[in-house]
Design a protein around this ligand. Sequence first.
Ligand SMILES: [Zn+2]
Length: 425
Amino acid sequence: MRTAWLLGWSLVLGLAGCAAEPGEDIDDESWLDGKGDGASAVDVARTNLQVDLATRTAVATIELERYGNVALEVGGLTITDVTDDRGHRRYKILAGKLLVSRVLGPLVVTYGFAEHANADGLLPGGSTVIWPYFCGNVFPCHSQPADGTTFTLALDGIPAGKTAVYPEAIDADAPPYMLAWAVGAYTRATLGTTAAGTKLTVDWLPGGETAARAGTKNLVKVFDWFEKTLGPYSFGSHAGAVSVVWGEGLYGGMEHHPLWHVAKDAMADEVTQAHEAAHGWFGDGVRLRCWEDFVLSEGTVSYLSARALAKVAGPTMEAKIWADYQRDLDDAIATGGAPAWPKGCNQIDIIRDKLFTNLPYMQGAFFYKDVAAQVGADVLDGVIGRFYRAHANKAASMQDMVDAIKADTGFDPTPIVEARLRKQF
Ligand SMILES: [Zn+2]
């Protein structure tokens, strides 16, 4: 696969030529000095990464949405070369951003990266986590989830006796934080295939088979329910769960579709597996327009995972999930933090301003449960499915969801929004 796309690139570069735009200097000095309008930076279309784990070096070939000035987050990277179709380019790094002006063709960045201990890059356990805005510790990026990118990834330098688990290509727009890899002594099992033809697998680490099988015993049915209820899965024909060793500060799972990660000690938990699977539709499939819309990702998937497991595993499972959710909600209310759905757009720091608590997850789930009690759970499934199909691989807001509920059902959920999502505890 890697050889194929490298060949593809040399063809593209050959055809694109090296001509500068007429009448322009090659460099825009005010952009390089950081005086440009940051909002005018060109968005990313496709991120192609060729990573050598042995030397911790990589080449990122960033395809852009158009010709223009580029500002990419590179806070944790050591840049050694930057080229585009014109050849080697002048660049500056200011406030953690790589600035290059008037970029013609794909931007090729050669760099080194380092291990990170705080769940913010390549972890000592061999996997990566860059959520929410740490992609600049692994590759040049725009961390805003609204700027979706497709990916290719190739890993070299994998230690003897270990396997690298990662997607070689992601061909639908995804948030930058979706990309990850995991390296370890993995064993893979195929769980089955959904009616739509998606193959589900699970990868576990030594000693992890029993937990992995327990947590994924209904996963094909859950995934099938998502596909039938919400719409087509957009990240390929193979998806699955991967066990990872995380350090402090991380628990549960992370929505690294199509091969999502689950902490080793959560692998047996069916709710965690269903939750991460559901992110293929919300959070990854439908991206957040603003960080304040976090509840559209976490609240929606917390509800959908409960709903799917109720359908495929029955009422005892359903009752247990909602009892656990209620306990988590009570704890989150007691702890406090930002409201589940704060006002504004990208004015909040999701970590520092304490939006990343259980509150958006649980208030979001109970928001949908309260709406379902009014309009019927099957009717609400229809609303969420239409919403997904309208916004798949694009950014959307929680307001869009509130509006869709009202438009599709005639029920105005505003009082539930105020009581659950806007309230500060
Ligand atoms: Zn989640």
